[in-house]
Design a protein around this ligand. Structure first.
Ligand code: PLP
Length: 395
């Protein structure tokens, strides 16, 4: 008999900050028989998906869809927009920004790190100062993560855009929206983003396996005569094939069926309500954590993530031991601490396909785990969360 025999009778709760729980409509769509990816039916699907993704990011700019995880879309953004050895400024205030920076370095670009406080949003004044110092405009791109999944800190993209504008610097702006898109407010055009990087397994409520670049005309122009060697990730080949509704290689057909179902669900709910739903769930989680007397890793109230909450473990308690207990006993998966935060914090994902009772169940699992592991905390966390869920209408 498995250790978690009773919970294996119910449903596992996937409360990591992506991949997320999948809605039945998405699973059903993915289960459809695969079709010919060179058929007229497929071409019509491609057209609908590209338009749907444009609406989601708030842009008429071209969308490139890859059959890859999010890291592929990082590499695509870099290799299309930057020539060999060119400089970029990477704003690092978390593990994923640091990884993106590593990718740039491994590809031979000159990545300058703007090291920030991991518990605070990126300092746009520091970005401005860094760009002003670059008087001959050697920096060709500024890269940052919208929602840092490792810390639960949201970066203010509009403020960083303004920093570029104030500095009068022509660098392209690259933004990773992997754990923000379809969960919180995001505006590719209005915020003057040149490359939006996204992936399927978070707010889009799909399994991992699709990634995206949304590309401004300036970024496309930079890619046009760029001598950087690239093949699989080359925007030009994908965009050219997309004009006929196709791809230069075999697309992830069934994930694309799922994407259509997810986009339909998001459209039916309305993006404003999707955003409000995530913000409300985040408020409930923070209320619980604060009432327990535990510390939220993000130190800036204005930058608390709507999609995940990172909770610091009290001294001498191992966050991974706590997570193992919760998973083993209750079939509840919580996110681990990443990089230097390993063992120090756990992350509660509250994004994607999630309703009030699933969230309440997840918080119950956390509460029981705290008891089982003897983690010092106060009572009242669950009540604080339930009060918010009961008082504030979901829709
Ligand atoms: N960027 C962010 C913000 C992420 O959260 C992740 C993964 O969780 C990635 C990039 C890497 O994406 P993937 O693991 O799909 O390659």
């Amino acid at each position: 008999m498995p250790e978690n025999y009773t919970s294996s009778l119910g449903r596992p709760l996937l409360q990591i900050p992506g991949p997320t729980n999948l809605p039945a409509a998405v699973l059903t769509a993915i289960a459809r028989p695969t079709i010919d990816h060179r058929s007229p039916e497929f071409a019509r699907l491609t057209g609908r998906l590209l338009k749907g993704m444009q609406e989601l990011v708030g842009s008429g700019d071209p969308v490139v869809i890859y059959p890859s995880s999010g890291s592929g879309a990082w590499e695509a953004a870099l290799t299309n927009a930057l020539a060999p050895g060119q400089q970029l400024l990477v704003c690092v205030n978390g593990h994923f920004a640091a990884l993106w920076c590593d990718v740039a370095t491994r590809l031979g670009f000159a990545a300058q790190v703007l090291e920030g406080d991991w518990r605070q949003p990126v300092d746009s004044a520091a970005v401005e100062a860094g760009l002003r110092a670059d008087t001959n405009h050697a920096i060709k791109a500024v890269a940052l993560v919208h929602n840092e999944t490792s810390t639960g800190v949201v970066n203010d993209i509009a403020a960083v855009r303004q920093a570029l504008d104030r500095a009068g610097h022509p660098a392209l702006l690259m933004v990773d929206t992997i754990s923000s898109l379809a969960s919180m407010d995001y505006r590719h055009d209005e915020w003057g983003v040149d490359i939006t990087v996204a992936a399927s397994q978070k707010g889009l409520m799909l399994p991992p396996g699709l990634s995206f670049n949304v590309v401004s005309q300036r970024a496309l122009a930079a890619a046009q005569d760029n001598p950087m060697p690239r093949s699989y990730w080359d925007w030009r080949a994908v965009l050219e094939a997309n004009e006929r509704g196709f791809f230069p290689y075999t697309p992830a057909t069934n994930l694309l069926f799922g994407l259509e179902a997810a986009l339909d669900m998001l459209t039916a709910e309305g993006l404003a309500r999707v955003t409000a739903r995530h913000a409300r769930h985040a408020r409930a989680v923070r209320a619980a954590v604060q009432a327990w007397g535990l510390e939220i890793y993000c130190r800036s109230a204005a930058a608390h993530s709507p999609t995940l909450t990172a909770v610091l473990m009290p001294e001498n308690h191992d966050a991974d031991q706590f997570r193992r207990t919760v998973e083993g006993r209750f079939d509840l998966a919580l996110g681990t601490g990443l990089g230097p935060l390993q063992g120090r914090l756990f992350r509660i994902g509250h994004l994607g396909a999630l309703d009030d009772l699933m969230l309440a169940g997840a918080l119950c699992g956390v509460a029981m785990g705290l008891r089982l592991e003897g983690v010092p905390h106060q009572s009242g966390g669950l009540e604080a969360a339930l009060e918010i869920l009961a008082a504030e209408e979901g829709h």
